[in-house]
Structures are given as C-alpha cells and as structure tokens.
Design a protein around this ligand. Structure first.
Ligand code: ATP
Length: 197
C-alpha cells in the first residue's frame, strides 16, 4: 500500500462540532499520520450565493477549533495562494511523490464534486473519503475512487450556526450555539462580532 496523505477542505464559516467529529474519525480511520485541514480562500460556488466571512477570521477560527485534535494541521495554503479556491490546485501543491491523496468530504459536498473545477483531472488524482453515518449505504460517485469514513451523525451545519447567531442579534451567544461550536471559536465570534446582522 502506498503512503497516503489526506485533506479536509472547507469554508469553515464557522468551524463547528460536525467538522471536529469528522476530522477525528477521518484521522482514526484513514491510516494517516496527519490530516491537513485546509481553509478555502474564496469558495467560489458559495461566494456567488452569499457573503463569506473574511479568510483570516475563518483561518483563526479553524486554528482554535482543531488545536486539540491530534494528528491535524490547519493550513493557510489556499489563502496564501489567493483567488478562487480550486481543490485541484491544492492537491497539486500538497501531493507527495508516490503517495495517494485522499479528500475527506461530506455526503452533500460529494454529490457536487463533479461540478468542481477540472473535476475529471481531480477524479484521476484523488480518492474521496465520504463521511457517513453508521448504517448508511456507502456513497459512490461515478468515475471516482471512493471509500467511507464512518461517524456518529452530528446535526449541525455552518448555515444553521450563522442563522442562530444572526437571530441573537449581537447579544450574548445563545446557549444552543454553545453546543454546536467549540468554546474557543464561540469566544472568537463574540469578540469579533461575527454573524450578527
Ligand atoms: P454551510 O452550511 O455554510 O454550507 P458546512 O457546514 O457544510 O457549511 P463547510 O466548511 O462547507 O461547512 O464543510 C466542509 C466539509 O465538512 C464539507 O465536506 C461538508 O460536507 C462537511 N461537513 C459539514 N458539516 C458536517 C457535519 N455536520 N458532519 C460531517 N461533515 C460535515
């Protein structure tokens, strides 16, 4: 078996408990020493639809969210590269000769991966590791090597966190949000007044 390297990319706007659980499970199950957590600079499919929080804030929050997760390293590679974020460029930059590159990805993102920039080339270069709840039928994406990372479902999305915080309208963080986001990330959000309308 060739050595493998794994990338967990995202907007992380903000990073939440689902991301942390996913990283722990991926790190345990993929046979890797290090999981690269890569914060997107400009997630062009999302930034066409809504205002995305500035990259330096998302990077700072990701560093706080994953700082206690063994075997992970938060990367600012895509932010330093600048411009629209294309995963194929990240894979090319991180690829080590002879190593297999694994992309850790949620089921919703996996179903859209064929719309990503230079998708055919990406399909040749990576294996998808799709995050799925125990008992769910494994997802296969036609033309892509896929495997499954099993995790207990964590019912949270960054969208739901942003909505919850927007409803609290700049007051104290709502208690529900404290269950969904690591405490250090919540302190950062409050300090920098992110997500209040
Ligand atoms: P948004 O709600 O703004 O679309 P998101 O919560 O999906 O954001 P991203 O940063 O876009 O967060 O996600 C990065 C990766 O984490 C994606 O592959 C996504 O599918 C996956 N992911 C997001 N939420 C969860 C979750 N609760 N459990 C497992 N994986 C998740």
């Amino acid at each position: 078996m060739p050595p493998r390297q794994a990338i967990f990319g995202g907007t992380f706007d903000p990073p939440h408990a689902g991301h942390v659980a996913a990283a722990v499970c991926a790190r345990e199950q993929l046979g890797i020493d290090l999981l690269h957590i890569v914060v997107a600079n400009d997630p062009w499919q999302k930034s066409a639809e809504r205002v995305v929080t500035l990259p330096h804030h998302r990077l700072a929050m990701a560093r706080l969210a994953f700082r206690d997760v063994a075997g992970t390293a938060v990367s600012d590679l895509e932010i330093r590269r600048g411009g629209p974020t294309y995963t194929i460029d990240t894979v090319a930059q991180l690829a080590q000769p002879g190593a297999e590159t694994v992309l850790v990805i949620g089921p919703a993102a996996a179903s859209g991966v064929t719309t990503w920039h230079r998708a055919a080339e990406l399909a040749e270069r990576v294996t998808l590791a799709v995050l799925q709840s125990r008992g769910e039928q494994p997802i296969q994406v036609d033309g892509w090597r896929t495997e499954t990372v099993r995790m207990e479902p964590v019912d949270v999305s960054a969208t739901s966190v942003r909505q919850l915080l927007a409803q609290s309208a700049g007051r104290e963080a709502p208690p529900e949000a404290a269950q969904l986001v690591p405490p250090a990330v919540m302190s950062y959000i409050v300090e920098h007044r992110l997500y209040s309308p």
